[in-house]
Design a protein around this ligand. Sequence first.
Ligand code: DX5
Ligand code: ZN
Length: 217
Amino acid sequence: MLTSISFLKSNYDFEKTIQMIDTSDADYIHVDVADGLFVNSKTIFNKKMLEVLKASKKPKDVHLMTLHLKNYIDAFSFIQPEYITFHIEATAEPEKIIEYIKSKKIKVGVAIDPFTDIKKLEPFMSHIDLILVMSVIPGYGGQKFISQTPQRIKKIYELKKENKISVKINVDGGINAETIQNLNPEYLDMIVGGSFVCENANFNDQIAKLKNTKRNV
Ligand code: DX5
Ligand code: ZN
């Protein structure tokens, strides 16, 4: 299972955190983008920060928690991400956004909030590369994992199998050595680790805990 590390909540400044993720065993850097509209929080990325992300060695997985998706897709294309993920709740025209991301030769992810009906994903599942299942209300790092998440992931996995779709499944929010025990690795391709990793001196120790903790499921 791949790990994607979110730097939203870290003990270190932006550049140090990126450097620590870059030299760790993480598979991806998870770039959370918040606009103060779709979510209450707002992130600010200046040119220097985008340059740092672009120069980092790990592939980038951008998570847009925003409206005005095309503007953000244009801005974050600069860092040459492998994935750009947008929220199904953030647009009335997901097909157009999917095509727009694809036109930039970037893989497409669709995120779903904890209380959005999973059925909303069905029409798009076969056209996208990644589903990001939110296990917290998006906006902030360091929140509590929502306990219904494992059942939702199972349902999405079953839909994927029934329809013979190869989309990857990722989960984001509140993942730590305890909550991960409830996540069946068979259903997941990737997990996002945030404060559990970046609020520690040794990122690799924390990443290893996420990868190796024995599951209850
Ligand atoms: C939530 C973000 C998450 C978050 C993960 O709004 O999308 O990526 O930063 O951080 P933790 O693991 O601390 O919840
Ligand atoms: Zn995220």
